[in-house]
Design a protein around this ligand. Structure first.
Ligand SMILES: [Zn+2]
Length: 122
């Protein structure tokens, strides 16, 4: 599978977690060293979990997950309902409604929706 780095456009390098971290986490990664960008895979597969992210986008996605995950972890809604909700408010098809695929602007937008939801319903 060929995965391009969204920052420089070059092909990302496919490496194991052992090569990347020096420790085997049972996953692989696509990495672009010059851009300090990477993304993990589903287990040992070659399927990336989203798009490559540099440091600031990784932080932003982490922050967004930290706000989003309690929506379904608290059982206010099911996990699939929560992702359906992302798809609706972000106006994205379900397969694109994942924080791992978002850029920073989309993370900001989702955070805003989460805040509004918290104010209205809970
Ligand atoms: Zn790059």
């Amino acid at each position: 599978m060929i995965v391009a780095c969204p920052y420089c456009g070059n092909n990302a390098k496919f490496i194991t977690s052992k090569e990347f971290y020096g420790k085997d986490y049972g996953t692989n990664l696509y990495s672009c060293r010059p851009c300090d960008a990477y993304v993990g895979t589903h287990g040992r597969s070659k399927t990336p979990l989203g798009t490559l992210a540099n440091r600031s986008l990784r932080e932003m996605r982490k922050r967004t997950h930290a706000s989003f995950d309690p929506l379904w972890k608290s059982r206010r809604m099911s996990r699939s309902e929560a992702y359906q909700w992302i798809s609706e408010v972000m106006q994205l098809p379900p397969e694109k409604a994942h924080i791992g695929m978002f850029n920073e602007k989309q993370c900001f937008e989702l955070l805003k929706h989460i805040r509004n939801l918290s104010l209205v319903h809970f």
